[in-house]
Write a protein that binds this ligand. Structure first.
Ligand code: PRP
Ligand code: ZN
Ligand code: MG
Length: 226
């Protein structure tokens, strides 16, 4: 039994690529906060909209559990966890509300520079290292490719040099990490960027109105930017 909240709570990344741009975007919507001493909670001053600073991977679950009402998170994280839920036959609990126009990147398959890439069939019987097992498995199935998914939570790009895998599936932004590891991108599974996420079901009246107000301000702020 979650007590009724009359304030809106938004989860954002505590540190990492989306952390500063997410706060800046919300500030440009007229939000201001008073920070707690541990800097994990920011109490909304201009509006009853609070921030929770968390690991990005925790954001979909926090929305699913109703601990937070909205989140700013990479589409890659949202799609991976959504796809994992779907593969377990669990009902959708969160969804993308809108793209936010920053933090753009791709989820790509990359192979050693020396490979003469012929297409997905070349991955048959190979090992592919990734932090995105659900999205990769779904893609392999759609391509009818039988490959082994090797789960790593980070530094995926060194897996081929360590002999753990022949190829990888990871996020590519500038491409610098791939080239530093003598890998080249060959195909894209997902175009990603920061998105506003929320529950699949509607919020209650008070928080729903705050969420609508925020989205109208986001419309305005994003229109000025582009
Ligand atoms: C991301 C991603 C790649 C890298 C790609 O990692 O996993 O490793 O950035 O960026 P680039 O194409 O500009 O080189 P990040 O630095 O966010 O760290 P993480 O993998 O530990 O999350
Ligand atoms: Zn992360
Ligand atoms: Mg990385």
């Amino acid at each position: 039994n979650t007590p009724v909240r009359d304030r809106l709570r938004i989860a954002i990344q505590k540190s990492g690529r989306l952390a500063e741009p997410a706060r800046a975007l919300l500030a440009s919507c007229g939000l201001s906060w008073r920070e707690s001493r541990d800097r994990l909670f920011c109490y909304g001053e201009s509006l009853p909209i609070d921030l929770l600073l968390v690991r990005d991977d925790d954001i979909p679950g926090l929305i699913a559990d109703g601990v937070c009402d909205l989140g700013i998170v990479g589409r890659n994280v949202l799609e991976e966890q959504g796809s994992e839920r779907a593969s377990l036959d669990r009902a959708p609990a969160f969804r993308e509300y809108r793209a936010l126009g920053f933090g753009g990147c791709r989820l790509d398959i990359a192979v050693p520079d020396g490979w003469d890439w012929q297409g997905p069939q070349q991955l048959d019987g190979k090992r592919i290292a990734t932090s995105y097992p659900a999205l990769l498995s779904r893609w392999l199935k759609a391509q009818n490719v039988d490959a082994q998914v090797v789960l790593l939570s980070g530094s995926v790009e060194i897996a081929p040099r360590l002999g753990q895998a022949e190829a990888i599936c990871d996020l590519v932004s500038s491409g610098a990490t791939l080239s530093a590891n003598q890998l080249k991108p060959v195909t894209t599974l997902l175009q990603s960027e920061a998105v506003l996420a929320g529950p699949a079901d509607a919020l209650d009246a008070t928080r729903g109105e705050l969420a609508d107000l925020l989205q109208r301000r986001l419309d305005g702020a994003l229109r000025i930017r582009h």
